[in-house]
Ligand binder design. Sequence first.
Ligand code: HPA
Length: 247
Amino acid sequence: MLAIIGGSGLASLGTLEVSHRQLLQTPWGEPSAALTFGRIGKRPLVFLARHGDQHSIPPHQVNYRANIWALSHSAPLAIVAVAAVGSIRPDLKPGDLLIPDQIIDYTWGRPSTFHEWPDSAVTHIDFTEPYDRALRQRLLAAAKASGTTVGDGGVYAATQGPRLETAAEINRFERDGADVVGMTGMPEAALARELALPYAAINVVANYAAGRAASRQGISIEAIHEVLAASMQQVQAIIERMLSSDD
Ligand code: HPA
């Protein structure tokens, strides 16, 4: 079964035939929302709204451990995370989609491991490739088959939020090698890896990052919401295609 974590602009999946919802308690507290189980076509799917059903949980307060733990206990084979990003690269425009292949983590103070003293031994995970290689390929193939253009690869800078960045911060991220910036990619990806769950992301470019192109004079939050609303059709098309070819 595929799990989808929906971010800003994707609080539900339009084509999902819902069978039931389940609010799980986890050793790490409550997930952002009840898990929504259902089908797209013949394929089962579980959906979780990262920011809660009412979009009320900011990125730094999302209970990433509870979310990943709850999903891992609903028997998913893989997690596809959908997340809005700002674009640092001029060729990545609002409305574009990207399947990133790397992460730089600038977040701080977020509980970011399941392995904590005194309940667990020190545990290190390999995170050389933060996104699952095979799952990325499946997303790219599904995008191609559904006629949706997506960028293949890119470095996702995970920031703390909830404020947007300064222009100087974006310049720094670019010098570091980042292509896009978002607030929720970490520790989500690392926690999935700790539980050995294949995890990959679809990034939806909502805006040019601070100080760049049309955002030189500032970023319009309304414009971000409009772009996200318009782009989610494409995200759904990729997910539907992925499920229909998931034999
Ligand atoms: N910065 C950080 N996160 C974001 C942005 C941004 O510009 N746009 C959408 N999510």
